[in-house]
Design a protein around this ligand. Structure first.
Ligand code: SF4
Length: 340
């Protein structure tokens, strides 16, 4: 059997694990991933609040519900609404606020001034780390977001196979997207890279993504399973078997022991939390306050108003697993190390 407790895998070994359905190997894979996480951070799990503050977007990604051509109801929240929701999330115990948006032309027109103000307030008044997920923006805007104090810049290629990228992110430039991320890193922000599972990739593509994430120095690396979206060109494509996502999470943990690796509630709601944590994730994302009028991305309303995507619910599940939500101070300490 492959020796798993190490981070110097060859590409062929990683592909082999992705292709394997040997129960013994998979069990070993997940338990090794958990062991590595435990060595790094004991029983702590981080938690992020998700604030999707505008669902307008100029792009037409084929996998996305919010693509420009989809005739759906959209919203754009104002500064007060974003701050009120962020405050409620912080009070509920999240460690970071993830400010996510579509590529909303209105914000581009005003050069992200409102967004910079929101970041300054969350950092200054609420003393909480911020991740900004604005899509592709100019270097000048990245400068402004970094100056406002954003800790993280999240921007996902979704695949590192350029042909597949062109099919998924129609009309967008692979290098422009990648360069924005690299520029944000150069400016001192931590970066998050991500991939989508089940969109036509093969095992080699996945491994290329995993290795690229390390090469670009991403501090947070995420995978989410594709969920078909009504009204999108991919609405009739099937969602993949979750084992693919779980294997990728575990391999990320093996390759990058210190990385922040999300267990996203956006894919399968709160019932999907345990499996992802058991695969080696160390972070819960897409926590959304109930009845706030804010949406998720892949499953835009799943578990939200029922209160399923809260710190409280997650805490109950972690408790049964002998784990706990980290404090904000513990999280800050962790990302300080990540930035070194
Ligand atoms: S994935 Fe992002 S950039 Fe693409 S259409 Fe959806 S919101 Fe816009």
């Amino acid at each position: 059997m492959l020796e798993l407790n190490r981070d110097d895998f060859t590409k062929a070994e990683l592909v082999k694990v992705m292709r394997s359905d040997d129960p013994e190997l998979l069990q070993e894979l997940f338990s090794t991933a958990r062991k590595i996480r435990k060595e790094i951070q004991g029983n702590k799990i981080f938690a992020y609040g998700f604030v999707y503050f505008t669902t307008y977007c100029r792009n037409n990604c084929n996998f996305c519900y919010y693509r420009n051509s989809n005739d759906i109801e959209r919203y754009r929240k104002n500064e007060e609404e974003v701050l009120a929701t962020s405050k409620a999330l912080i009070e509920s115990g999240v460690n970071l606020i993830d400010l996510t948006m579509g590529e909303d032309p209105q914000y581009h027109q005003e050069k992200f001034e409102t967004v910079a103000n929101i970041i300054k307030k969350i950092k200054g008044e609420y003393d909480t780390p911020v991740m900004i997920s604005p899509g592709v923006v100019s270097n000048e805007i990245i400068d402004n977001l970094a100056d406002a104090g954003a800790d993280f810049y999240a921007l996902y290629q979704e695949t590192h196979n350029r042909e597949l990228f062109a099919k998924l992110r129609v009309g967008q430039d692979y290098d422009e997207r990648m360069n924005a991320k690299l520029y944000a890193k150069e400016k001192g922000m931590l970066i998050e890279e991500g991939l989508l599972a089940g969109v036509g990739e093969n095992e080699e593509d996945i491994v290329d993504s995993l290795l690229t994430m390390g090469e670009i120095g991403a501090s947070q690396v995420r995978v989410m399973s594709f969920i078909p979206q009504e009204g999108s060109p991919m609405e009739n494509c099937a969602t993949p078997d979750r084992m693919e996502e779980l294997k990728i999470i575990a391999l990320m943990r093996l390759l990058y022991p210190q990385a922040l690796i999300p267990a996203s509630l956006d894919v399968d709601g709160i019932k999907g939390l345990k499996d992802r944590i058991n695969a080696g994730a160390n972070l819960i994302t897409s926590i959304i306050p109930p009845k706030s009028g804010f949406m998720g991305v892949a499953h835009n309303t799943m578990d939200v108003d029922e209160g399923g995507r809260t710190v409280e619910e997650a805490r109950g599940i972690l408790d049964q697993m002998g784990l706990r939500i980290a404090t904000r101070e513990e999280y800050k300490e962790f990302i300080k190390e990540a930035g070194k």
